[in-house]
Design a protein around this ligand. Structure first.
Ligand SMILES: C[S@@+](CC[C@H](N)C(=O)[O-])C[C@H]1O[C@@H](n2cnc3c(N)ncnc32)[C@H](O)[C@@H]1O
Length: 274
């Protein structure tokens, strides 16, 4: 099966290392992703059912519109990818529309437009929740028509939720497998920019995630987690089967830490695959 690129650019997306993740993920009847992001793992695995969650409401609303509407929505999104709209003044006008509209369909289409036209494909918000990534100056932003169509088709197997990872994990049913791709722990104490949507992901959140993974494994539900290979993570993931490797990051979760970084894939084994 050839690899499918996510239709959104997304910090930390797992397209590059998908084969490694697939090699670790146990079988099951449902894959739950509490941090779905651009859905690289969803698009490149073959489970019967999916529960895909994220606490970014703009992202999940976009998936819900694409799931239910398909082609007419893809056409509508394409209509924003014009030469006129690929200008700085127009970008900031449309960013304002995005931040002020209550029209869900328009907001979802503009979300794709913004991420494809902004600097580095950033999804970044200010403290009030307003999208604030600057204009990207690309000569011809790519409209991901094929990728959206594939997502629409596959999304018929999925249930989407706007939720905190704790709620999603507590709701996991036996027979499911979880893949968790949280905002990574900083590589050093000074590298602390971990904000995807408003609100950062704290070290307490990292510990909660590890504890919930351990609890689920004890109930027979396997959990795989990706993260940076740091002392903090090795401590937090004690008891898990850990694979460590290097990966080249192009869009880093942390602008100061582009380049090579050690990563881990930790399997909290619920024993289903045994
Ligand atoms: C590393 S990205 C996931 C990337 C994804 N695997 C992909 O391939 O695109 C982390 C995601 O976690 C989400 N997130 C951050 N804090 C969260 C929380 N408390 N609960 C649920 N999702 C959260 C972010 O919105 C972001 O989409």
């Amino acid at each position: 099966m050839s690899k499918i690129r996510p239709f959104l650019k997304w910090a930390g997306n797992k397209y590059q290392i998908i084969e490694r993740i697939k090699a670790v993920l146990p079988p099951g009847n449902c894959l739950i992703e509490p941090f779905v992001g651009s859905g690289a793992v969803f698009m490149n695995t073959d489970y019967e059912r999916y529960i895909l969650a994220d606490n970014n409401a703009d992202l999940i609303n976009l998936y819900l519109v694409l799931q239910s509407e398909g082609e007419p929505f893809i056409d509508y999104c394409r209509s924003f990818f014009t030469d006129t709209n690929n200008r700085e003044d127009r970008f900031y006008e449309l960013r304002d529309v995005f931040n002020n509209t209550s029209d869900n369909r328009l907001k979802s289409a503009l979300f794709i437009y913004l991420i494809r036209h902004d600097f580095n494909g950033l999804c970044r918000y200010n403290s009030k929740g307003g999208f604030n990534a600057p204009f990207g100056e690309y000569s011809k932003p790519y409209f991901p028509e094929k990728e959206m169509r594939l997502f629409h088709e596959k999304s018929q197997k999925a249930v989407f939720q706007v939720a905190d990872f704790r709620d999603v994990m507590r709701g996991a049913e036996p027979g499911s497998v979880l893949y968790c791709d949280p905002p990574y722990v900083p590589l050093s104490t000074t590298a602390n920019f971990t904000s995807y949507s408003s609100g950062g992901f704290t070290l307490e959140d990292q510990v909660d995630l590890a504890n919930l993974a351990r609890e689920l494994a004890q109930k027979g539900i396997s959990v795989v987690i990706s993260n940076h290979a740091t002392e903090f993570i090795f401590n937090a993931y004690q008891g898990a089967e850990i694979e460590k490797f290097d990966v080249q990051r192009y869009i880093s979760c942390d602008g100061d830490n582009r380049g090579k970084a050690g990563e881990v894939l930790a399997l909290f084994n619920g024993g289903i695959s045994a």
